[in-house]
Design a protein around this ligand. Structure first.
Ligand SMILES: *[C@@H]1O[C@H](CO)[C@@H](O)[C@H](O)[C@H]1NC(C)=O
Length: 296
């Protein structure tokens, strides 16, 4: 944490503070100091800059790094902008996910699998319910995720989970409790991210190893925004931090509209490279029940 609060110019600080507060409620960018704890890799590898508006994680031969939200959430919309490890990122994985705790935890995952310079990252997604995952879908991206920041979002509602990239839906996991598939709806989750070495499987299935001469590998985070119900000591409180763009909590509204469905089909047609629902070899006793209900 940056040292704060001991300024002699107290009134100036109060004015500045309230200006900052106003700016925060308009731009609503989260503050990494306020919203997250660095949980892995120490001060060297996980760094917060720009008065809390920018965070970087890095990986070197000794360790990766990671952070975790202070708050727990139960339903909501969560957006984060990431700029992934540039250049030769083969062997590295940047994981960004929501997870509850314990052996029957729920989890909503984005994992970015690095690659050699110029070769495409894979965006790997998964959903765990009651401790069980095996619901992978993988995508190439339609842009270079290392050149600029892009927004990766989760809309988590009792009816479904939607994964979005730059506001384009890439995956919908519907609530299929009616056919016996557990859905994440009662365990609050924190937001996590970590950057680590996974060169035993990440790039071309583990064929390409991490080139440590290129370390440290660094990914950047900014513009964390959350419109969610936070959870503390057993009760939920809905915290709407962007009233202008979420008047009436639009994230609670049902289903994708026609445009959203069209964009989802576009991503699934041109960019999806793996879908567990289509992997008949893997499920000889029949594809999972949630796959039968829809083409998602
Ligand atoms: C890396 O690039 C190769 C060659 O283009 C591609 O087959 C692979 O899917 C890419 N991504 C990963 C993470 O291996």
């Amino acid at each position: 944490m940056a040292p704060r609060g001991s300024s002699p110019c107290a009134s100036y600080m109060v004015v500045l503070g309230s200006l900052l507060l106003m700016a925060a409620s308009i731009a609503a960018a989260g503050n990494f100091y306020q919203d997250f704890d660095v949980t892995w890799g120490g001060g060297e590898r996980a760094k917060i800059f720009n008065r809390g508006l920018l965070l970087s994680l890095s990986l070197d031969r000794v360790s990766g790094s990671g952070f975790r939200s202070k708050k727990e959430y139960l339903f909501g919309r969560i957006d984060m902008q990431l700029k992934l490890v540039a250049g030769n990122s083969a062997g590295t994985v940047t994981a960004y996910y929501l997870s509850s705790q314990g052996p029957t935890h729920d989890e909503i995952d984005f994992e970015f699998l690095g690659n050699l310079t110029g070769d495409p990252y894979i965006l790997h997604t998964n959903v765990f319910t009651q401790g069980k995952g095996n619901r992978e879908q993988q995508f190439y991206l339609w842009f270079d995720p290392t050149r600029n920041f892009h927004t990766y979002s989760v809309i988590w509602k009792p009816q479904h989970i939607i994964f979005l990239v730059d506001n384009i839906p890439i995956r919908v996991f519907k609530n299929a409790e009616s056919v016996g598939v557990p859905f994440p709806k009662s365990q609050p989750m924190k937001i996590y991210s970590s950057l680590w070495n996974a060169d035993d499987w990440a790039t071309r299935g583990g064929l390409i190893k991490t080139d440590w001469s290129k370390a440290p590998f660094t990914a950047y985070y900014r513009n964390f925004q959350v419109t969610a119900c936070t959870w503390s000591s057993g009760s939920s409180s809905c915290d709407i931090r962007r009233p202008s763009s979420y008047s009436g909590a639009t994230w609670q509204v049902n289903e994708l509209d026609a445009n959203g469905r069209r964009r989802l089909r576009w991503v699934q047609k041109y960019f999806m490279i793996y879908n567990y629902c289509a992997d008949l070899k893997r499920f000889p006793q029949g594809i999972p029940a949630e796959c039968k209900r829809s083409r998602f």
